[in-house]
Design a protein around this ligand. Structure first.
Ligand code: FAD
Ligand code: NAD
Length: 466
């Protein structure tokens, strides 16, 4: 039987990064993955394929709607070849997952393909291609998550689908009804809207992206409405039924009336749930809580001291970079180091266009906590760079402590915000004040100047260009 210092179960961004860091720190490491490709949800059916389709559909929208503004004329009709778009996406996925195979070899990590389950706290049974048993002093559970569903919905995975199927459709829907105006619903909704589908978003709460700053929800809602998406807020879905090629969704509105939507596809995107099925956690004494999460303490240690858990299967945001940070955290803890994660500074990004990005506290959270704060906001339309490229929607908003000027939250919507948020994270990691940000130089002309201007606006209302 092969013995290891560490065995990692699950090869998503949590698991494979944990394995690399363990190996870098001199531990003999094994990685167990039930699928034949590494990379988990993120690389196979999550972050990477969704961004590939967002990019392709964005190019199409630029070509059909915006090239003309730039004086670019394309003779003849511009068409979408969905088969080609989807196969390009798959090629991007294959290249990316292949890259993880390379990284595992480079770091001398033994990869086992098969379902891993606990025999006890130090032994893992593997069922599948590399069937057998391994022993490990320490084990990291990184088994990720799966799409959630509503109890009354039968997912047929043809017309009533999750994000996994939405990433490989064979036709452009005529009318896609999306249940849930969260990250997945909006990203994939925008993909199919751009490709020509009618899109209806049915959301239970009174706004899209209900956990983000309300200012961002409002601005993105405007963008979706401008694109002629139907945005049905405060609608509680009651039933979803398929009749032939038609899908009928019924929802109750605020007045208690039943509203009916008819389409040809229904995307169910109401969140994800931790995945621990088949793991036999009980055999190792690992406690799963009533939300289905592996229970962990502040060291990400489970109820069994040599077993740790990270990523989507534990509490906290279900984000790839959060999973990665936790993978590094556990590896360094096992090596006797004292790592740290500030969960308040894990940024959240929605890759629609304009992009939405945030870090730190929202206005709603500051109000609820009774924190006195000031706001500095700057619109992209006032920037030369934004006008030059024609991406003028959105703003940067900085929330700073009223008395100390420390930045407490940064919320932005606009072109390239997914990358701009890194500046805000850095500033907040170093506990910068709004004035600090306003005093360092930002290259001109860039979108980043909006961050400086918002910081100036928060510092005694002294933005320069508005
Ligand atoms: P996962 O990536 O889910 O990996 C878990 C792995 O464990 C899987 O490969 C699974 O097969 C394997 N496994 C499970 N049980 C066993 C077992 N018993 N034995 C062996 N193997 C097992 N996040 C972002 O930060 N940015 C984005 O842009 C983004 N976009 C997304 C888009 C979509 C459509 C979706 C669905 C998700 C997106 N996410 C995004 C979320 C992101 O994918 C997850 O947060 C991330 O993948 C979690 O990583 P993880 O390592 O915890 O788990
Ligand atoms: P989500 O939690 O972002 O959104 C789910 C939405 O569904 C919420 O707005 C919620 O109010 C709504 N909802 C719940 N029950 C409902 C009901 N009965 N009727 C109508 N609406 C209902 O979840 P998601 O969009 O499915 O994404 C799942 C996870 O994947 C998220 O945690 C997210 O962090 C991650 N993800 C991240 C990215 C990214 O970082 N860009 C992209 C995709 C997914």
């Amino acid at each position: 039987m092969n013995s290891y210092d560490v065995a990692v179960i699950g090869s998503g961004p949590g698991g494979y990064v944990a394995a690399i860091r363990c190996s870098q720190l001199g531990m003999k490491t094994a990685l167990i993955e039930k699928y034949s490709t590494l990379g988990g949800t993120c690389l196979n059916v999550g972050c990477i394929p969704s961004k590939a389709l967002l990019s392709s559909s964005h190019h199409y929208e630029e070509a059909t709607k915006h090239f003309e503004d730039h004086g670019i004329e394309i003779p003849g009709e511009i068409k979408v070849n969905l088969t080609k778009m989807i196969s390009r996406k798959q090629a991007v996925v294959d290249q990316t997952t292949g890259g993880i195979d390379f990284l595992m070899k480079k770091n001398n990590i033994d990869v086992y393909e098969g379902l891993g389950s606990f025999k006890d706290a130090t032994h893992i049974k593997i069922e599948g291609k590399d069937a057998g048993e391994i022993e490990a002093k320490n084990i990291i559970i990184a088994t990720g998550s799966k799409p959630s569903n509503l109890p009354f919905i039968e997912l047929d995975k043809e017309r009533i689908i999750t994000s996994t199927e939405a990433l490989k459709l064979k036709e452009i829907p005529k009318h896609m009804i999306i249940i849930g105006g969260g990250v997945i619903g909006l990203e994939l909704g925008q993909v199919y809207r751009r490709l020509g589908a009618e899109v209806t978003v049915v959301e239970y709460m009174d706004r899209i992206l209900p956990t983000m700053d309300a200012g961002l929800s409002k601005e993105l809602n405007k963008v979706f409405k401008k694109a002629k998406c139907k945005m049905m807020m405060s609608h509680k879905v009651q039933s979803v039924e398929r009749k032939g090629d038609e899908v009928i969704v019924k929802a109750e509105n605020k007045k208690g009336e039943i509203v009916e939507f008819k389409g040809d596809y229904c995307l169910v995107s109401v969140g994800r749930r931790p995945y621990t099925e088949g793991l036999n956690a009980e055999a190792a004494g690992v406690k799963i809580n009533d939300r289905g999460q592996v229970e962990v303490n502040e060291h990400l240690q489970t109820s069994t001291s040599n077993i740790y858990a990270i990523g989507d299967c534990v509490r906290g945001a279900m984000l790839a970079h959060k999973a990665e940070e936790e993978g590094v955290f556990v590896a360094e803890t096992l090596a006797g180091q004292k790592p740290h994660i500030d969960y308040n500074l894990i940024p959240g990004v929605v890759y629609t266009w304009p992009e939405v990005a945030a870090v730190g506290k929202t206005e709603e959270e500051l109000k609820e906590a009774g924190t006195e704060y000031k706001v500095g906001q700057f619109p992209f339309r006032a920037l030369g760079r934004a006008r030059a490229s024609g991406d003028i929607d959105g703003f940067v908003k900085i929330l700073a402590d009223k008395s100390t000027d420390e930045v407490l939250g940064v919320h932005m919507i606009g072109a390239r915000c997914a990358d701009l948020i890194a500046e805000a994270v850095t500033a907040m990691e170093f506990r910068a004040s709004a004035e600090d940000i306003s005093r360092y130089s930002h290259a001109h002309p860039t979108f980043a100047e909006a961050v400086k201007e918002a910081a100036l606006a928060a510092t005694d209302d002294r933005a320069l260009h508005i």
